[in-house]
Design a protein around this ligand. Sequence first.
Ligand code: A3P
Length: 297
Amino acid sequence: MVLRSETGEVEGVTLTKSICSIWDQVWNFQARPDDLLIATYAKAGTTWTQETVDMIQQNGDVEKCRRATIAKRHPFLEWFIEDPLSTPYSEKPVMDLAEAMPSPRTIKTHLPVQLVPPSFWKQNCKVIYVARNAKDNLVSYYHFHRMNKALPDPGTWEEFIEKFMTGKVLWGSWYDHVKGWWKAKDKHRILYLFYEDMKENPEQEIQKILKFLEKDVNQEVLNKIVHNTSFEIMKENPMANYTREFQAIMDHSISPFMRKGAVGDWKNHFTVAQNKKFDEDYKKKMADTSLVFRTEL
Ligand code: A3P
């Protein structure tokens, strides 16, 4: 039996108690200049971006991309669960895996920009940030809380919307997260992408990643990457769909990790009243940014 995580805070940002317990180690993580960081708010399309980046790095070689699960290919910087029964990484922070990894490394994080270990900035590392519109991100996060016992109990849908709006969810406020990273892109080597753009025109967004990583592939390889990173293919890929590990914490029969992979699914969840309230609050919270999201295609 895995117990749902208790939460704590680091500089006002909600994290699991386990992550809080190793915070000094996270903060002092030593990045290397050729590290690539994939940063997202949870459920914004992290895994999709990871698979895309790996496909690029492996020059479209599907077999090489299946050398290990996505969690092992790209260590999840801050993740740690103290419960020894719950994950293959249980006894040690995932960071230890990252430290032992040869360069060049690709590392995943959900940290808001102000909590990223300073060595990433000192080393001038490249970062790919992916953002997803708040409503679809929220829906996806709700279902993920239902199926992932390592996260706090989401409560009802209504309760979870409220929690999301107040920012008292894991990794903190979505609003602050997307705005913080948006601002940071003017100071650091950050490629800021949108889930909706990736969905609408994957080839174009993959081209942006290629350029950012200073890589070149021919059209045949590009087609292969587009195909293998599509939702339909990734849903069936055990090395990307989280069915190979974390069995003790993720219950895909409640809601699969690869759930819908769509833009606009929020319309199947929000009532008219919930939508109105959410929009009014959204306007206030996003008044101080030039960031614009699309909630439908
Ligand atoms: P849904 O729950 O809306 O289906 P993360 O990897 O950040 O945890 O995000 C998971 C979300 O991205 C899930 O959203 C998942 O289905 C979606 N996703 C994963 N791979 C995808 C792909 N290739 N194309 C589109 N969406 C994808």
